[in-house]
Design a protein. Structure first.
Length: 183
């Protein structure tokens, strides 16, 4: 009795591919379960969603300014900044700019306040509070960015700390920014 080795080789190839896919799916399932367990652990004890946070500024001219904003609204503003790997100082600058202009509109003389808003910077501990909250909620993850620079003809490698959205963060941002059904 003669076997057809062509069918056997093809079957073996298909089986190998199926085993590789099975292994990948198991690893993905394990990661999802761990992520879900972490979110369950932090569930109701961490402020999020409609809960609000009071943000202050550290620049001398803006020390009395503040912004009260919900965590969802804050993530809707900050999230797009981290769709790709972004240095933390870029996030701080952009978020400070956005929050300062919100605070300026609440001042006694908004037109004058708007002119100085560009120089306002969020207090460092408030900025860190935002990052740690988004980390705890599994919306962002830390990254190290490597940049090659040329310092007066001498090449240098620069390592910067930064953040990017996790899959969970991308989904949260998409839900917040999605156009809602009318009516």
């Amino acid at each position: 009795m003669k076997r057809d080795t062509g069918d056997t080789a093809e079957t073996l190839k298909k089986l190998t591919l199926a085993l590789e896919e099975n292994s990948e799916l198991k690893a993905e399932l394990k990661a999802l379960r761990e992520s879900l367990a972490a979110r369950k652990d932090t569930g109701s004890e961490i402020a999020s969603g409609a809960d609000t946070v009071d943000l202050r500024f550290c620049s001398a001219q803006h020390k009395d300014w503040q912004v009260v904003i919900s965590w969802d609204e804050l993530f809707e503003i900050a999230g797009p900044m981290m769709l790709s790997d972004t240095p933390d100082y870029d996030i701080l600058y952009s978020l400070s700019f956005e929050m300062a202009h919100r605070a300026a509109r609440a001042q006694a003389n908004p037109q004058v306040a708007e002119k100085s808003a560009g120089g306002a910077q969020l207090a460092e501990d408030d900025f860190r509070k935002i990052l740690y909250r988004f980390l705890a909620l599994d919306f962002i993850e830390p990254v190290t960015l490597v940049r090659q620079t040329d310092h007066f003809g001498t090449p240098e490698t620069e390592h910067l700390s930064g953040f990017r959205l996790t899959k969970n963060g991308v989904h949260k941002l998409a839900r917040l920014r999605a156009v809602k059904r009318s009516g």
